[in-house]
Design a protein around this ligand. Structure first.
Ligand code: SF4
Ligand code: SF4
Length: 120
């Protein structure tokens, strides 16, 4: 079994993904490609495509629930790095569960997560 996120992607198409503007400012060490973001307010930007009624991040490739991947994985915002799949830290994560439910996918079980992490 591969990592469950690689056959999901739901959280990249469920929420507005906000970031402090400095995360997309290279002179301050920001690595998020600014062209893939838009201004949210004086302090924040968000990933393009996620500030809409039917959010979907422009950096997401693939079909939700099929094969998906983040095209800027190493340069993704901190909000994405911080969103853990359910049971990754030993407990369910409602954000993961809610996103999956939007696409009619069952919440991950502890066993799903453990098997996915073991497979790498
Ligand atoms: S964190 Fe959860 S919702 Fe996001 S891709 Fe992984 S399994 Fe899917
Ligand atoms: S930057 Fe990558 S991980 Fe973050 S929402 Fe977009 S596709 Fe998902």
């Amino acid at each position: 079994m591969s990592h469950p996120c690689l056959s999901c992607g739901a959280c990249c198409a469920a929420y507005r993904v906000s970031l402090h503007w400095s995360e997309a400012e290279p002179s301050l060490g920001g690595v998020v490609p600014v062209a893939l973001t838009e201004v949210l307010d004086a302090h924040q930007r968000c990933m393009r495509g996620t500030w809409s009624k039917q959010p979907r991040c422009v950096a997401l490739e693939g079909d939700i629930g099929g094969r998906t991947h983040c095209t800027i994985y190493d340069a993704r915002p901190s909000a994405c790095r911080e969103l853990r799949m359910s049971w990754e830290d030993g407990a369910p994560n409602p954000q993961c569960d809610r996103a999956r439910a939007l696409y009619s996918m069952a919440p991950l079980t502890k066993e799903d997560a453990e098997a996915g992490l073991a497979a790498g």
